[in-house]
Design a protein around this ligand. Structure first.
Ligand code: URA
Length: 222
């Protein structure tokens, strides 16, 4: 899998802190380079043809919630419900995510922004492929730049591995605070996984508590 810097180099744009300065896409790139505001970003995702998923999706699913949120939640990819409704986490996994957020006194839309690593649904809910992750990464980075979250919660293997540029399992990445471009990042299990693996809910609860403690310590410092 390409590193983040290699992906940026391929696409001819700078890393996240330079996205605002990126004037135009690399010649031949299918990515719309002007991702520096929500309108152009939404437009770019809606019309994106940068990977093969555009041919099978109903619509691009950008994200939902408070665009100035302190909490940024990053899942894997839209499923069938999300693809139909244009909003992340509206199916069964979304119900569990809402409950997880409520457990730490958060709710979708209130100081929380929710998005996915991929903005288009992989057919049959198959796993994201490396070229799809690479093609979609500028959109996620642009969202991080626009939201300026205080804390990122990465849900599941694909979000965690892609953001942290590692092959480590969720089991090894959870339980500690990572950094993504100086933003604290906590990894936990994906709600869809938790629906099938109930015993890991206790670990997910520990992760949520870690995220909440980390956030509290950050906000008490400022
Ligand atoms: N799973 C995800 O990772 N994201 C969604 O939006 C829905 C299910």
């Amino acid at each position: 899998m390409l590193s983040q810097d290699e992906v940026f180099a391929e696409l001819g744009i700078g890393p996240v802190w330079r996205l605002r300065e990126a004037p135009s896409a690399a010649p031949g790139s299918a990515i719309h380079a002007d991702l520096a505001n929500w309108d152009t970003l939404a437009e770019a995702v809606a019309h994106c043809t940068a990977c093969k998923l555009h041919a099978t999706r109903t619509q691009g699913v950008l994200g939902v919630g408070d665009r100035n949120a302190d909490w940024l939640i990053i899942g894997e990819a839209p499923g069938a419900d999300e693809d139909a409704q244009g909003e992340p986490f509206v199916g069964q996994a979304g119900k569990l995510l809402n409950a997880m957020l409520a457990a730490i006194d958060l709710q979708r839309g209130n100081n929380v922004y929710i998005t996915n690593l991929l903005k288009s649904r992989p057919p049959g809910n198959r796993n994201p492929e490396p070229d799809e992750v690479a093609a979609c990464q500028p959109y996620l980075l642009a969202q991080i730049e626009l939201v300026q979250p205080k804390l990122i919660l990465a849900l599941g293997r694909f979000a965690a591995q892609s953001l942290l540029d590692t092959d480590e399992t969720v089991g090894r990445l959870r339980g500690r605070v990572h950094q993504f471009h100086n933003v604290p990042l906590v990894v936990t299990y994906h709600p869809a996984y938790l629906l099938r693996n109930l015993p890991d809910k206790a670990r997910a609860w520990e992760d949520l508590c870690l995220a909440r403690r980390t956030y509290a310590s950050l906000t008490s410092e400022s």
